[in-house]
Design a protein around this ligand. Structure first.
Ligand code: MTE
Ligand code: MO
Length: 161
C-alpha cells in the first residue's frame, strides 16, 4: 500500500541528478520511449492551484500552481488504462513513488495527478524539479512529489489474454 521511499527522504535533495529533463516511459510489454519537455508541451494541459510543499526540514512553501500533463494521459499513450495495475515514478537520485490504478483513474475535485513542467505560469527550472510529479492528494510531507522524474514504469494487471 505505502510507496517505497528512502529512509532519509524527509531531508529533500536539492541537487538535480542530471541536466536533461527527458524521462523514459516503460510499457508493460517492455517497450520504452523517451518523453521530453517539448512533447509534454504539445499534449493536453491541466493545472492544479493551491499546492503546498511540506518539508519537515524546511517548513511549508507555497501556494504554487503547477501545470503540465495528466499522468493518466501519458500512461494512456502506451497502455490500455483498464489493464494498468500500478505506475512507478522514479528519479535518478533514488527517490520514487508508486501510483495505484485507482488513484490514476480517480481525479479528486478536478485536481489530477500531474507531470508538471510549469510553475506559477512560467516554465519550471531543472532546479525546481522539472519534470515534477504532483500528487494533489499527497498530505504526507511531499513524499510523493518526485522531482526530476527519470523513469515511469507501467505495470499491467495479470489478466486473461
Ligand atoms: N527526486 C527527489 N524528489 C523529491 C525529494 C528528493 O529528495 N528527491 N524530496 C521530496 C520531499 S520530502 C520534499 S519536502 C520536496 C521538496 O521540494 P522542494 O525542494 O521543491 O522544496 O521534494 C520531494 N521530492
Ligand atoms: Mo518532505
Amino acid at each position: 500500500m505505502s510507496a517505497f521511499v528512502p529512509p532519509d527522504s524527509h531531508e529533500p535533495n536539492h541537487t538535480p541528478p542530471s541536466a536533461d529533463p527527458t524521462f523514459v516511459l516503460e510499457l508493460p510489454d517492455g517497450r520504452r520511449s523517451q518523453v521530453g519537455v517539448a512533447l509534454l508541451r504539445r499534449l493536453p494541459r491541466a493545472s492544479v492551484p493551491d499546492c503546498y510543499v511540506v518539508s519537515t526540514g524546511h517548513g511549508i512553501s507555497g501556494p504554487f500552481r503547477f501545470e503540465g500533463v495528466r499522468l493518466r494521459d501519458i500512461v494512456g499513450r502506451g497502455a490500455a488504462l483498464q489493464q494498468v495495475q500500478r505506475v512507478d515514478v522514479l528519479s535518478a537520485d533514488g527517490f520514487s513513488t508508486s501510483i495505484s490504478a485507482e488513484e490514476l483513474a480517480k481525479e479528486v475535485a478536478g485536481r489530477p495527478i500531474l507531470l508538471a513542467d510549469s510553475l506559477d505560469g512560467r516554465p519550471m527550472s531543472r532546479d525546481e524539479g522539472l519534470v515534477r510529479l504532483v500528487v494533489p492528494a499527497d498530505d504526507d510531507d511531499a513524499l510523493r512529489q518526485v522531482k526530476w522524474v527519470s523513469r515511469i514504469v507501467i505495470a499491467a494487471a495479470e489478466g486473461p489474454g
